[in-house]
Design a protein around this ligand. Structure first.
Ligand code: GLU
Length: 475
């Protein structure tokens, strides 16, 4: 069997979008699953939309999440002669023609057609120019584009691995441009020529390229190329089912990485956007995805990009990594340090305390501030809603006495909790009379990790100083 080759073919017009990551990932998985080759190709023939360095940024972002090209990354702008040759061949075979129409003329034709309620379409003004006319125009320095000649009477039929059979009448297509006046190819020509030249077996791309599919089929046939398998991936949607856009939230992969989303959770979540394993397994490491991935399990229906689900995956991965406590935990700690500023040396403890309660590592910086600087709080906050001033005062004073007696070497949440529970029972108090004011004393907050966890994190000295501060407020 022929080797499986897939490609990701971004245009360098900006950052890597979540949708781009999904396309790249699916292409990568399919190649790896089949021990084939995954190729990154930069489609930089649209000079007006070109953004400097965007190509390298796309490549770098993909590399960060583990997706790298198996062969040297190629740029279409370095391969212009290839497209020129293909265009010449099509002209010679009478399947394409030079068009000298000015943009002004094309505008006029379009306006006229719209006025007459016709579908705008090139009127083939230059289709039958004689060789003499063409030579004359060129000698006069007139610019031209090359247009593909659509076979009007043909029905173009294509097969997509996800969407099945498509068919469209030739007469519904326009004689589209394949080579621009600056000698750069359009997307259609370059894309087909390269997929053929690079021996791509599976063209995997977003559904938004479906309208280009029939045009590509025509070019493949005209150039006598074999067709690869086409796999169009379902649209990505916002939770309100509109097309996923920048406006409704972050879609730049780099932003997620900057916020400290883990690569594992991003990849895991993105893999499930339009693909499912066919059972209820949710967690997949990359090697499992490579094993399980299949084209048959790609859905047709649009896939909703739901940030709350991604957050859930991220928190779960953080929790698991902490639990497993191996090399990956060390990496997570050093990743976390970036977000903690001067408290970086406490990264491990902060992660243990907070890791599974956050959406991403960036939240950790903000959420853990109170551990290092006790915020101001009102003394009323110390009193639990089912308790009162006297009982609270008694409770927290008792706590101070008990905590003072716990030796440094035994300062952990179990010992702390047990000692306090003992005194609660002996003195006939309720937990809210002691645990609540301890929580507020240690955090200055009404919501926090449990008082035992906080006391352990703070260490005996800092904890007692915070408790004393609270007692002072109450007296
Ligand atoms: N250059 C196109 C893009 O930016 C590639 C589409 C395709 O994969 O054919 O997505």
């Amino acid at each position: 069997m022929e080797k499986i080759r897939t490609r990701f073919a971004p245009s360098p017009t900006g950052y890597l979008h979540i949708g781009g990551l999904r396309t790249a990932l699916f292409s990568y998985l399919w190649a790896k699953k089949n021990k084939g080759e995954f190729i990154i190709r930069i489609e930089d023939t649209d000079r007006e939309r070109y953004i400097a360095n965007a190509d390298q940024e796309l490549i770098d972002t993909l590399a960060k999440v583990g997706i790298v090209s198996d062969v040297e990354v190629k740029h279409q702008s370095d391969r212009l002669s290839l497209y020129q040759k293909a265009s010449d061949k099509l002209i010679n075979n009478n399947q394409a023609y030079k068009c000298f129409c000015s943009p002004e003329r094309l505008d006029k034709v379009r306006e006229e057609q719209q006025k007459n309620k016709q579908v705008p379409k090139y009127d083939r003004h230059c289709l039958n120019l004689s060789k003499e006319e063409i030579d004359k125009n060129i000698q006069a320095g007139q610019k031209f584009v090359v247009r593909f000649k659509i076979p009007d009477d043909e029905i173009i039929v294509g097969q997509d691995a996800v969407y099945g059979k498509i068919s469209i009448k030739g007469q519904d297509l326009d004689d589209f441009v394949i080579l621009k006046s600056n000698k750069f190819p359009t997307y259609h020509l370059a894309n087909v020529v390269d997929d053929h030249d690079m021996r791509i077996s599976h063209v995997i791309r977003g559904e938004e390229w479906m309208p280009s599919f029939p045009k590509h089929i025509l070019i493949y046939k005209a150039l006598k190329y074999n067709l690869p398998t086409f796999v169009h991936l379902p649209l990505l949607l916002n939770p309100d089912k509109s097309k996923l856009s920048k406006r409704q939230g972050d879609v730049a992969v780099e932003d997620y990485l900057k916020k400290g989303y883990l690569i594992e959770s991003l990849i895991n979540y993105v893999a499930l956007l339009g693909w499912n394993p066919g059972n209820d397994q949710e967690f997949f490491m990359i090697n499992e995805l490579i094993k399980e991935f299949s084209l048959e399990k790609i859905n047709k229906a649009g896939a909703v990009f739901d940030i709350t689900k991604l957050n859930w995956f991220n928190a779960e991965y953080i929790r698991k990594i902490i639990e497993q406590n191996d090399k990956r935990f060390e990496q997570l700690i050093s990743n976390t340090e970036k977000f903690l500023g001067k408290n970086a040396h406490k990264a491990k403890k902060v992660l243990r305390l907070f890791g599974s309660r956050i959406d991403n590592l960036a939240d950790l910086g903000e959420d853990s501030k109170f551990l290092f600087d006790l915020p101001e709080y009102d003394k009323e906050m110390l009193i639990f809603k089912k308790s009162d001033f006297e009982k609270t005062k008694e409770g927290i004073n008792l706590a101070l006495g008990i905590l003072g007696k716990i030796h440094h070497s035994e300062w952990d949440q179990d010992t702390i909790n047990n000692s306090i529970k003992d005194i609660i029972a002996k003195r006939n108090l309720s937990p809210g009379d002691i645990f609540w004011p301890l929580r507020v004393a240690c955090s200055g907050l009404e919501r926090s990790p449990s008082p035992g966890e906080l006391l352990e994190f703070l260490g005996k000295e800092e904890a007692l100083s915070r408790v004393k501060k609270a007692i002072k407020k109450l007296s």
